[in-house]
Design a protein around this ligand. Structure first.
Ligand code: M6R
Length: 607
């Protein structure tokens, strides 16, 4: 869960690398480093902490003649986050430098083997083992490329790596296995990185590398080959249509706030080309020629898992398809019951989440069909799924996922309508109300977001001293209660639990007192009377309540937050930004690092 970048071209390399790392910082940020060759010397600059620490070091060094190099921003897996464990790592001779995102699972065994041959190690990392293994490989092979291949054959695990050598200035070797890696094709310069924004100011031409592939790049050439046999592989060059602007803050204090504010456009973009305004027909061309699943398993992690729980309700109700929603890290190790009749829907913003990928691979092995619902074009989920539906939310930079969930919910709603129509289980009335209603959501959200932010700000001032929070909801609002709690804990570090309101009496109510407030989702639906009585139980224990509710409802709470009512399930689209903004305002008020919360990374590419 780190970010890597390699550059070889005509510009001073170090500023290109540091700027690229800035755009990859969402992937990890506990240390960073660069390596470059200048005056026949291979120099490493590394610093513990955020990228600014590396920038200070870079500012004090000579590097202006270096036109190639590699850079890394780290999220620690092996070894504490200190400078000696920061990447790049050198081999014992000091001739090679390597950066790595992933985990080499058999590194202890390889370290032992190398130690017996006289190698020594200055860090606790698996990466330093790999770079020395490549150096050892050089003794058994004629070229560095062959040595890299030799070493990769001996390691197990996940990696995206980039390698440079003092003996081949201007050449970078990169390879991937189960960690993301893209090649960027420029004019007189070439790039490799974990993610496209790293090099997007310089080129829009990209090649998505697959597991087991290696790319060799110089300023004027590039070649992809099989990492094992070194046989050349023909690759398609894709052109990226979004720009760096879309991945920048655009005047907002934080990416999270920008991304919350983008949700009206996100819903509109998800509907474009999929919903016909006149006929109200939903077209998912991605599923053309397919029939509705007999059984559906939704597989996801974190916020995407909450999307799955929400979508299950609609798919079961409108398309009458039995749905199981599974946490991917559990699913991948269960004794599964799956066959050709099963369809797995893997939901992932990044499309690189290791657990979700492993789960979908198992499902494929067992004969199930996999549909990927993801945001990042060309990601592993999108490439490995049998069918892929893109959420089209644009790049999501803040570690806390916001607009991605909104887009996932929109697509899940369309999927339920699509399968319901195919199966004939969807009533014309529901179809009409759902389609007309969802088309109106962007306008309503646009109008409401400023008011929501104001209310979130007021409440954040009042409640940010709380040490714990309970989020309650029932039915379609239960996954939202889980999401509200996840958002609050991940960016403000306030303990929070999401619960189904009816479960309170089975245990958690014991926690309630004046110091433990409850954020209740008490909307105008069939379950409102039940939620109301659940909240009365909380009040009877002196619990303080924020009730997010609809106009005209009679609810007793210390703070009532009224939002407009729309049709049925669509209310969730208005609940979601309130929860996101509440967490955002609390975290910002507490002075937390909203976009890069501690211990987290945007894309969890390790187990
Ligand atoms: O990229 P994915 O949707 O697969 O990511 C899944 C989770 O890691 C992600 O949703 C995580 O929980 C977020 N930090 C939540 O805000």
């Amino acid at each position: 869960m780190c970010g890597i970048i390699g550059y070889s071209g005509h510009r001073p390399a170090v500023p290109v690398l540091v700027e690229g790392l800035r755009r990859l910082e969402y992937r990890g940020y506990d240390s960073a480093g660069v390596a470059y060759i200048e005056n026949n010397e291979l120099t490493l600059l590394r610093a513990e902490g955020k990228l600014s620490a590396l920038e200070s070091k870079v500012a004090g060094c000579s590097h202006h003649m270096a036109t190639s190099g590699i850079g890394h921003t780290r999220w620690a897996t092996h070894g504490v986050p200190v400078e000696r464990n920061a990447h790049p790592h050198r081999d014992n001779s000091g001739e090679l430098a390597l950066i790595h995102n992933g985990i080499i699972e058999n590194y202890q065994e390889q370290r032992q083997w190398l130690s017996e041959r006289g190698y020594t190690f200055a860090s606790e990392t698996d990466t330093e083992v790999l770079v020395n293994l490549i150096a050892e490989g050089r003794k058994h092979t004629e070229t560095l490329q062959k040595a890299l291949s030799w070493a990769l054959e001996r390691v197990e695990g996940a990696y995206a790596i980039a390698l440079m050598s003092i003996h081949e200035p201007g050449t970078i070797y990169a390879a991937r296995q189960a960690s993301p890696l893209v090649f960027g094709k420029g004019i007189g310069e070439n790039f490799v990185a974990s993610d496209i924004p790293a090099f997007l100011p310089y080129t829009r031409e990209v090649v998505f590398l697959e597991d087991g592939e290696m790319v060799t790049l110089t300023p004027s050439s590039w070649e992809v080959c099989d990492a094992r046999t070194l046989a050349p592989i023909e690759k398609e060059v894709h052109t990226i249509t979004w720009d760096v602007q879309a991945a920048q803050k655009g005047g907002y204090k934080h990416f999270m706030l920008k991304e919350i504010s983008e949700q009206p456009k996100v819903v509109a973009d998800c509907l474009t080309g999929r919903v016909d305004a006149a006929s109200k027909a939903v077209t998912l061309s991605e599923l053309e020629g397919t029939t509705p699943p007999k059984r559906l398993h939704i597989l996801a992690c974190g916020t995407s898992y909450h999307a799955g729980l929400w979508g299950m309700n609609l798919i079961e109700s409108w398309a009458r398809i039995p749905v199981r929603v599974e946490i991917a890290s559990e699913f991948r190790y269960r004794d599964l019951l799956l066959d050709e009749d099963d369809v797995v829907l893997a939901i992932s913003q990044s499309g690189e989440t290791a657990d979700t990928l492993a789960g979908m691979r198992r499902a494929k092995e067992m004969g199930a069909t996999v549909i990927g619902l993801c945001n990042v074009v060309g990601s592993s989920v999108s490439r490995e799924a049998d069918h892929v539906i893109y959420t089209q939310a644009g790049p999501e930079i803040s570690v806390a996922s916001t607009k991605a969930l909104c887009s996932q919910m929109t697509l899940l709603l369309l999927l339920a309508l699509h399968w319901g129509r195919q199966k004939g289980t969807l009533s014309a009335e529901v179809e009409e109300r759902a389609v007309t209603g969802v088309m109106g959501i962007p306008g309503i959200l646009e109008a409401e977001l400023p008011r929501m932010r104001e209310r979130a700000q007021e409440l954040s001032r009042k409640y940010s001293a709380s040490r714990s929070f309970m989020f309650l909801g029932r039915g379609l609002q239960f996954p939202l209660a889980l999401e509200g709690a996840l958002k609050l804990k991940e960016i403000s570090y306030i303990h929070a639990e999401g619960y189904a309101s009816g479960e309170m009496k089975h245990g958690p109510i014991a926690l309630i007192d004046k110091e433990f407030p409850t954020f209740a989702l008490a909307l105008h639906d069939d379950l409102f009377p039940k939620v109301k009585s659940n909240l009365e139980e909380v009040q009877a224990r002196d619990g303080r309540i924020i009730a997010l509710t609809h106009p005209g409802l009679d609810i007793a709470a210390e703070d009532v937050w009224v939002i407009p009512e729309v049709w049925g399930p669509l209310n969730t689209f208005l609940v979601l930004p309130c929860l996101q903004l509440f967490s955002y305002e609390v975290a910002d008020y507490l002075g937390k690092d909203v976009d890069q919360p501690r211990n987290l990374a945007k894309s969890v590419t390790v187990e």
